[in-house]
Design a protein around this ligand. Sequence first.
Ligand SMILES: Cc1cc2nc3c(=O)[nH]c(=O)nc-3n(C[C@H](O)[C@H](O)[C@H](O)COP(=O)(O)OP(=O)(O)OC[C@H]3O[C@@H](n4cnc5c(N)ncnc54)[C@H](O)[C@@H]3O)c2cc1C
Length: 299
Amino acid sequence: MMLDFDRLVFAPGVAMVANTVFVNAGLDDAIVLSGAEDIAIIPGTPLFDLVGRVYENDNERGGNGDDLAEFGGRQCYRSWRKGRGNAEYIANVQAMGHGSVFEHASMAFQLTGVSRSLTHELIRHRVGTAYSQESQRYVDAKDIRFVVPPLIANSYDPEASEGVAWKLMMKFRESCQRALDDYIEIQPMLKELCEQAHAAADAGDVKLATSAQKRANEAARAVLPNATETRLLFTVNLRQMFHMLTLRGGEPADLEIRRLAVALLDNCRDYAPNFFAALEEQVGNDGLAEIRSANLARF
Ligand SMILES: Cc1cc2nc3c(=O)[nH]c(=O)nc-3n(C[C@H](O)[C@H](O)[C@H](O)COP(=O)(O)OP(=O)(O)OC[C@H]3O[C@@H](n4cnc5c(N)ncnc54)[C@H](O)[C@@H]3O)c2cc1C
């Protein structure tokens, strides 16, 4: 049997669900605490400009990742009165390699349509990150989807019914369906096995009874492929995101995580456009989108 097309995923889902901005009242307090309230009202000072951007939309919270990084950086030298505009300021701090300034601001992304093999690579990025990933032990996989490897997806023509790409797509669908069939077949058997073991050990224990399903799922998932879709909340600060996009957006990276890196960069630009201006999206030698970083000091 062939897996239904609606169970195939051809691109990741990326949504920025949260990011760090200023609490405006808190910024006011911070300026007073820093003894900089006189400077904050002088037009043309960096602090005046920063406060203006934070209050731009007249909300209780405002500003973006670039603003928070500048606020952090200017703490270091009390440089509230004189200096570069935000874009030049950020570029200069990047060039100096003063990376900790970019750890104050974080973004949280909902990611869907990514494979378990992708997340195995993603979670290797340990510093400045947080991950909350869907559990294959608690969530039953019988309705799961599968991520088509980009090498197959990019060559596949839905109108064609022959050729290597078509053949590979058919093979992929067959293989996923087989795995799914096996999962669905062995899952209840595993549960039964577990319940028998539990009954023999301690009949009537409610905790043991409820964990039988979890035990069955955790064993049954062994037959699912790397392509199995997963979902997660992924939080990352600006510094790590830059590092990650540089490593995972380039030609040596796996194509699926490279595609995710490009999609993440698009989202990042809305939140910290000046910081991420140092990363360029371009077409690689293989004809696919890739990320290149401008010639910066490593931070
Ligand atoms: C193209 C590619 C191929 C890869 N292939 C493989 C592979 O075949 N096998 C494999 O196992 N992995 C592989 N990796 C994963 C790689 O080795 C890293 O684990 C991954 O890229 C995370 O990078 P990181 O350690 O810099 O990130 P993080 O863990 O987030 O660390 C960020 C930075 O913090 C510093 N840091 C973190 N921890 C320490 C520490 N303990 N001591 C000192 N400094 C620290 C380092 O400067 C580091 O760069 C590959 C990665 C890429 C991009």
